[in-house]
Design a protein around this ligand. Structure first.
Ligand code: ZN
Ligand code: ZN
Ligand code: FE
Length: 757
């Protein structure tokens, strides 16, 4: 019997080749009707025989385009219309423009096959893509997402490409960046002076040779330049480290294939899925003990950041070079280089040569970084492949610009009930990052056609992001406390209205009392919070200087907790501090000179790392804490004693007894691994006890875990398990980073909540 059905499909279904796929399946089944994009997703109407319709919808369900993520697939019957052919109909209404601009998508397996196939006309072509894959966010100048509005506009399609672009049955139908060697972008090899290397017939082959010789290359990738070198060449890696002034911070490695990643790292099925996802993030994996890759890649950890080639250019290179170090082409903490003038700064300073092309990068976007632990996804950096994907907000309201924090800056724009987070902007203390923030805000607001009416910013009066916010013309400016923003970001992700018990373990954020918070338990809802408990405050002698030198923080803790005994302990376990330095610092601490109070969990981890041997300078954020985590034995040792002081509101969690026990253990010759493990368990146990006691008082059983310290998956797992065992419902981040890269989302939600009260 003949019928007509309507199928409404929502999820990531636009810009991924959904309509051509529907067209192919429908015509193959001999059905008539149409497929079209709507503001809500994809709408299909098909008529034909019962059996054909059933086969069609089953096939569509089973074989959607590889890069699609179908969230709803609703089939209903509609009256017959007597269509005679199947067509791709023009999009219905401009609707929500956001839907029209998906994130950049990693090259699909079909395109990978094309460029490796000697018989294919795209064999070896570095800018191959199709409707399922390729650049999006990084090439679009304005919406709607059409070729004329992208950086492909300058390239006129050749007849063969035009044919693909206009044929509904073709994989490249309506693929905006469609191109081939005859009509599309081309590669060039540049020398140190930014001049084309003469007599290079095949820039790719020449680049491969240079990499094999141990040279460092600047590579124009998707959202900016990478610096790359042979990942098996220890000398080349050392050279890159020296040039970047990056002594120990781990480098990411791009591997030609999953098989090669497996040869060097432990890979779980979830990690495999993350690596192969169209977002193609850097996934932090456990390095195998038998991996022959040089230790220089990640000297102080047993982890390795691995990812797969996500552009055809990467694949063509890696097929011939094997694994490559791929690191952001920038000065540390500065934005990624994207254009010619920025390339000039890379050449000579960092790179010996550059492999470039003539498809402009319209929008900067770093690689995303994540790790998986205990079945949870921890985003460390949310950028390529995720941006500009929207995150649903708890409420609809006027457009908000939320400026995030100064470290790991990410800003957010909202429209109606959605928040769009920017990619990673960087450390705003760097002038280049601050300029990037200014242009990126203007650019994204223009692209998404959002005119912010509310500006949300951190409470810290001296943050560059706060200054920027205050100068931004808008009706309303709302300051949001740093850890409240962290916690609300988690609440937004899990659709919680609160009040919840929010645990924010962090570096440092400005508190309502003017001190630097960072080991906080807040009873929080979307609008307000009450500080119910915090880590015991300690002096930070020299402020940022102490953040760079964990031994200083350790010394401050010893002075506070050990009294007369502090000198002897420091002489034994903080050899990096001389007696004279200790004297100077002690005076600063006791007189409160340039020694702000902080309850920071990050600094507590620093102090313990110093006592256990981390005597040097921190060369990247969180280095000492990572050292401590790497050291920690995961065996179930008992926690050390701690103290919960409940005399006053807020309660104080003191690790004084813990530090005394640690020193005792050190003196008894207990291995540092056991001490570090027990310290992690102590922090978790103290917070579990605190929450259990707070539940008696406030009757809240939902807990949100957040803050930069939650990137420590050992601690995060301990907190999840410990709190769950006590009957709490525990939430941590999966959509935004627990670090300051996530706070803009929380700021936006707090601003909206406050606006309506
Ligand atoms: Zn493709
Ligand atoms: Zn062409
Ligand atoms: Fe923070």
């Amino acid at each position: 019997m003949k019928r007509r059905i309507q199928i409404n499909i929502a999820g990531r279904v636009q810009g991924v080749g959904f309509r051509p796929t529907v067209y192919r399946h429908a015509t193959a089944a001999g059905l008539a009707g149409f497929v079209t994009n709507t503001p809500a997703g994809v709408l299909v109407e098909a008529e034909g025989e019962d059996a054909a319709l059933a086969a069609f919808s089953a096939l569509l369900k089973a074989q959607p385009p590889v890069q699609a993520r179908v969230e709803t697939f609703a089939v209903s019957d509609v009256p017959l219309r007597g269509d005679t052919a199947f067509v791709i109909a023009p999009s219905q209404g401009s609707g929500d423009l956001l839907i029209g601009i998906p994130p950049d998508l990693a090259m699909c397996s079909d395109c990978a096959r094309d460029i490796r196939d000697t018989a294919n006309r795209r064999h070896g072509y570095a800018f191959t893509n199709c409707t399922c894959c390729g650049p999006r966010y990084t090439i679009v100048r304005a919406l709607p997402y059409d070729r004329a509005q992208t950086s492909m506009a300058a390239f006129t399609l050749c007849p063969a490409c035009q044919q693909e672009y206009t044929s509904p049955a073709d994989r490249r139908f309506d693929a905006q960046p469609n191109a081939c060697a005859a009509c599309g972008p081309a590669l060039r090899l540049l020398d140190k002076q930014n001049m084309p290397v003469p007599d290079v017939a095949d820039p790719l082959a020449a680049a491969v040779d240079l990499l094999r010789q141990g040279r460092v290359l600047a590579l124009k990738s998707l959202g900016g330049y990478h610096l790359c070198c042979d990942a098996t060449d220890a000398a080349a890696i050392r050279r890159l480290r020296e040039r970047k002034h990056r002594p120990t911070k781990p480098f990411a490695v791009m591997f030609p294939s999953l098989e090669q990643i497996r040869a060097h790292c432990e890979v779980s099925p979830e990690e495999e899925a993350a690596l192969a996802d169209p977002s193609a993030p850097i996934v932090i994996l456990r390095r195998r003990a038998d991996s022959a890759l040089p230790a220089e890649i990640s000297p102080d950890t047993h982890d390795l950041g691995a990812f797969l080639p996500y552009t055809p250019l990467h694949l063509l290179l890696l097929d011939r070079t094997g694994p490559l170090i791929m690191t952001s082409g920038n000065q540390s903490e500065e934005p990624l280089a994207v254009d010619e003038s920025e390339l000039t700064q890379l050449l000579g300073t960092f790179a010996d040569f550059a492999l470039v092309h003539n498809r402009p990068i319209v929008r900067r976007c770093d690689d995303s970084v994540l790790k998986l632990s205990g079945g949870r996804r921890i985003l460390i950096r949310r950028a390529r492949g995720f941006v500009p994907g929207a995150i649903p907000l708890p409420m609809r309201g006027p457009p908000v610009l939320a400026l995030g924090g100064d470290l790991k800056n990410v800003f957010a724009l909202t429209r109606q009930q959605q928040a769009i987070l920017s990619p990673h902007i960087g450390n705003l203390a760097e002038f280049a990052s601050y300029s990037f923030l200014k242009t990126a805000v203007a650019d994204l607001a223009r692209l998404l056609q959002i005119k912010p009416e509310i500006v949300a910013h951190d409470l810290h009066p001296d943050y560059a992001s706060t200054q920027f916010a205050k100068e931004f013309p808008a009706h309303t400016h709302i300051a949001v406390q740093h850890h409240h923003a962290h916690i609300v970001a988690g609440m937004v992700e899990h659709n919680l209205r609160g009040p919840v018990l929010g645990i924010a373990l962090d570096g440092m954020g400005y508190g309502t009392d003017g001190t630097l918070w960072g080991g906080e338990v807040l009873l929080a809802d979307l609008c307000t919070f009450h500080r119910v408990a915090h880590f015991k405050a300690a002096r930070l002698p020299g402020g940022d200087e102490a953040t760079r030198h964990p031994v200083r923080t350790a010394w401050s803790q010893l002075v506070a907790e050990f009294g007369d005994e502090a000198e002897a302990v420091a002489a034994e376990f903080l050899p990096a501090l001389t007696e004279i330095e200790r004297g100077t610092l002690r005076t600063m601490i006791q007189q409160g000179v340039r020694s702000p109070w902080t309850t920071s969990a990050g600094r507590l981890f620093d102090a313990v790392a110093a006592l256990l041997g981390f005597q040097g300078e921190v060369t990247f954020e969180g280095e000492a804490a990572i050292h401590l985590q790497m050291l920690a034995a995961t065996a179930p040792l008992p926690p050390y004693p701690f103290e919960l002081v409940r005399q006053r509101d807020p309660w104080v969690i003191s690790f004084g007894p813990t530090l005394r026990a640690i020193v005792q253990d050190l003196r008894a010759g207990t291995p540092p691994a056991a001490i570090a493990g027990r310290f992690h368990r102590t922090v978790a146990a103290a917070l579990v006890e605190t929450c259990a006691a707070l539940r008696m008082r406030y009757a809240r059983h939902e807990v949100v875990l957040t803050g930069g310290v939650m990137q420590n998956d050992f601690l995060l797992d301990l907190l999840h398990t410990g709190l769950q065992a006590r009957g709490f419902k525990v939430h941590s981040h999966a959509l935004v980073p627990p670090n300051d890269g996530g706070i803009a989302l929380g700021q936006a939600a707090v601003a909206l909540a406050k606006f309506f009260t």
